[in-house]
Ligand binder design. Sequence first.
Ligand code: ADP
Ligand code: MG
Length: 167
Amino acid sequence: MEDVILPDENAQVRFGEALGEALQGQGLVYLEGDLGAGKTTLTRGVLRAYGHTGAVKSPTYTLVEPYQLARVTLYHFDLYRLGDPEELEFMGARDLLGEGNVSLVEWPGRGEGWLPLPDLWLHLGVMAPGRRVSMVAYSEHGKLTLQQLTENLAYVYGPTKVSHGTS
Ligand code: ADP
Ligand code: MG
């Protein structure tokens, strides 16, 4: 599987924006990667695709931050401090991951055993000075999103730079 290389923070935001457009207001996306890999920055771009231009704070202690936007409700999870995957049940996460909204989850590994398979699983890594993103689709919606994302990114980076894998 080939990856997308994002040379700076601006590219990371634009990638997120292209992803947000490709998702078309629906989908569960996992953002895997170490501290500083660019997960929250990418989330800022997805939010921008749906019209949110303000700040994006990491919901490190609240675990989830909701955004009610014109076209979509987006839930931004950061599970870094999740103690036990079962806590997701108690906090009502099942309803938030359902149809008709977008959910982005940082540190999905913390919810392993409770979290369902996502539409898209993104793996982010530091490739100083930039970042690398690999993407795997686990659903029909995820595969369509990757196709659309590849088209969206072709406008930004040219037609040959992006390819992706599917499960
Ligand atoms: P995470 O949420 O994965 O911990 P952040 O999104 O908070 O990471 O980003 C950490 C730092 O990396 C920020 O200073 C951000 O500006 C920077 N950054 C994000 N994406 C890139 C990139 N593609 N290239 C260079 N720096 C980046
Ligand atoms: Mg973060």
